[in-house]
Design a protein around this ligand. Structure first.
Ligand code: NAD
Ligand code: 2HG
Length: 628
């Protein structure tokens, strides 16, 4: 329908909330009477939106209840960008496809609305709203009252000026003033939009009630195909709640489980999943991946990715993301705590006291100050531990297979054996690569100082548990702190077995090095943002197995992703096909690694399904996706 005009309201329609309430929340943050003022503001909004009170008076009254500055407006924009109505966010492609026919008409504020709707392809001259006046200090001193939208019946006055053909005009909103446009004969259709709020006075007058944007697509004769209506996310292992909300707000369908799934169940669960989120427990094997036909991206909501078959992911064009630093500090803090506790024979004394035995003695208890800490693996965790250990008076020596800058007074030694033989405390912080399996076994424990403390908060495979047990039993190793185990249970609350249970100076924790509220929230934010950027814009930065391309959100172009085996000539074939479909390339980005090539192409036409099918037929193609 080329001549159709869609007019969208902004507050509580395009976004989930009223921007005036967010502005008030920000400016009144420390105000002693905040709660009452907010109530007054919300009541005024409600009465106006239900058509019971003068719009212009309510607008002025609300703005007088708090004092607004330019900086508050910037802050509000950042908050409101995260509060876009889910079905609107999900259908960004609709706004881009129909950008010339979509208008925003709002009693809200132009300066807030424009930066938000711009990324949906809506142009500045299609946005109508109020404008602030500022003084020289950036303080808001009023509104442009000449603007019809600052006045009563403002939308009607504006629509008269715009002079659209009423029969071709549909207005979509949650307020009585949206309905009034239809009542005045300026729009042929009014849809009450109830995804965020439903008002009796508004819905009873509507041509139809639409609970989300899908309603509009059903009722209007438009050729838009919602694209990610069926995009599904599976989150396992109790990933932070904010991740589920993030994806739901972006319009994905989310399934969230507290535990890991064994291979056979994972295979069943993945049949229609586009994004999988796991932590360290879920084993994503080649067999699992072969049964995940829709999988586009995989998020390890942790540091380690050794539980994932990364080469197989690459072969199947599945991008993998992790959070390389978000729980680093949490692991370091626990390591320090364990080190101190074990140096004081804390486990044994605590156990005795719990049995009712008072054993007040300094025997075998030492300060960590002045002792030597040997770190194996001086990566993110190892190097941060080094700094904090020095701060409490330890000497630090370390070994890493790669050349690393020693921080503070730490000293790099030329072999692991040298570190093991000189350290009072040995702490493992290597990654879980295959070559590190049983890096520490009988010989290595024997080469440690008599009475050393040993810590492993890295990966279970790194040590030979039986050898550790023997070293503890012989007293050669005085104490151990272990956070990672072979055969960790899939689910919290399960029974756990280990050779190391019930030992007097062994401090065991259920793989919680990174499990703090702070770390889990940071991990959640970081990985989910990267997963969404990848599936919606093609941005691969932060991926551990894909060539890194960092791109802005798709503006007005149509974007195609092509993933192929890294062989010569594929790009030429892609471009040949694009030309044969009469597409003009507006931007193209190619990066390769040893195995794959990753091409992102923005073209000037809507991407045809036939083109995608032809692109898939290019030899060595792994995956093709159209993004808008
Ligand atoms: N317990 C937990 O909850 C928890 C939380 C986070 C991370 N981890 C684990 O901790 C480990 C370290 O994490 P990170 O973020 O510091 O990783 P990182 O990749 O930054 O550092 C690992 C370092 O180990 C070095 N290394 C690898 N093999 C080695 C070897 N054989 N000898 C010496 N050095 C070697 C690497 O060169 C690298 O510098 C990882 O195994 C990670 O999975 C555990
Ligand atoms: O939280 C987890 O499951 C894993 C923690 C840790 O081992 C990591 O790799 O980040």
């Amino acid at each position: 329908m080329n001549n159709k005009i869609f007019i969208f309201d902004f507050d509580s329609t395009f976004i989930q909330v009223e921007s005036v309430s967010i502005l008030a929340e920000i400016t009144l943050a420390d105000h002693p009477n905040k709660a009452n003022i907010m109530k007054e503001i919300d009541a005024l909004t409600e009465q106006t939106m239900a058509g019971l009170y003068s719009f212009s008076e309510a607008l002025q009254q609300r703005l007088h209840l708090f004092s607004l500055h330019r900086t508050h407006i910037q802050k509000a924009i950042e908050i409101l960008k995260t509060k876009i109505t889910p079905s609107i966010q999900k259908n960004i492609a609709f706004f881009k496809q129909y950008a010339n026919q979509i208008y925003i008409v709002s009693g809200g504020f132009y300066e807030i609305i424009l930066p938000i709707v711009k990324s949906f392809g809506i142009q500045a001259d299609h946005v109508f709203a109020n404008h602030f006046y500022y003084n020289y200090e950036g303080k808001v001193v009023g509104l442009d009252t000449e603007n019809p939208l600052a006045q009563d019946q403002g939308k009607i006055k504006l629509l008269k000026k715009l002079n659209f053909v009423p029969e071709h005009t549909t207005i979509i909103g949650d307020g009585y003033n949206d309905y009034e446009v239809k009542e005045a004969g300026l729009a042929g259709t009014f849809y009450a939009f109830t995804e965020n709020i439903s008002r009796e006075a508004v819905i009873k007058n509507a041509d139809a009630i639409i609970h989300n944007l899908d309603g509009l697509f059903l009722l209007s004769d438009i050729a838009y195909q919602p694209q990610d209506r069926n995009k599904k996310v599976l989150l396992l292992e109790n990933i932070h709640e904010s991740v589920r909300l993030f994806f739901q707000n972006k319009g994905y369908e989310v399934i969230s489980e507290k535990h890991a799934l064994p291979e056979n169940e994972l295979i069943k669960a993945l049949s229609d999943i586009h994004i999988l989120g796991i932590r360290s427990k879920t084993k994503v094997t080649a067999t699992v991946l072969e049964h995940a036909p829709q999988l586009e991206a995989l998020g390890a909501f942790c540091i380690g990715t050794n539980q994932i078959d990364l080469p197989k992911c690459q072969q199947q064009g599945i991008a993998v993301f992790n959070a390389p630093y978000s729980n680093t500090r949490s692991v370091v803090e626990l390591t320090l705590a364990e080190m101190i506790l074990l140096m004081r024979r804390g486990v044994a004394l605590n156990r005795k006291l719990n049995q009712g035995i008072w054993d007040k003695s300094a025997e075998g208890a030492h300060e960590v100050r002045g002792k030597t800490l040997g770190i194996i693996g001086y990566g993110n965790i190892g190097s941060q531990l080094s700094i904090l250990a020095e701060a409490i008076g330890m000497h630090v020596i370390f070994y890493d297979i790669e050349e690393k800058l020693p921080l503070g007074n730490a000293r790099a030694l030329s072999s692991m054996d040298k570190v093991l033989s000189r350290a009072d405390v040995v702490s493992m912080h290597v990654d879980g690569r295959k070559e590190n399996r049983h890096l520490i076994g009988k010989r290595e424990f024997e080469s440690m100082k008599h009475g050393a403390i040993f810590l492993n908060l890295s990966r279970d495979s790194v040590i030979d548990e039986q050898a550790l047990l023997e070293a503890l039993q012989s007293g050669h190793v005085k104490g151990a702190g272990i956070d990672v185990f072979p055969n960790e249970p899939h689910q919290s609350g399960s029974t756990f077995h280990s050779k190391l249970l019930d030992h007097d100076n062994v401090f065991l924790t259920p793989h919680i090095g990174g499990s703090t509220m702070e770390a889990q929230k940071h991990i959640g934010d970081y990985v989910s943002k990267n997963l969404h950027s990848y599936t919606s814009h093609g941005t691969s930065s932060g991926s551990v197995n894909f060539p890194q391309i960092d791109l802005p959100a798709i503006e007005s172009d149509h974007r195609i992703i092509h993933i192929h085996k890294n062989t010569p000539g594929v790009l030429a074939k892609i471009n040949g096909l694009l030309a044969s479909f009469q597409n003009n390339i507006e931007g193209q980005f190619l990066k390769t690694n040893e195995d794959i090539g990753y091409v992102i192409t923005d073209i000037n036409h809507q991407v045809k399904d036939e083109l995608i099918e032809e692109l898939k037929k290019i030899p060595n193609t792994i995956k093709v996706r159209k993004l808008s």
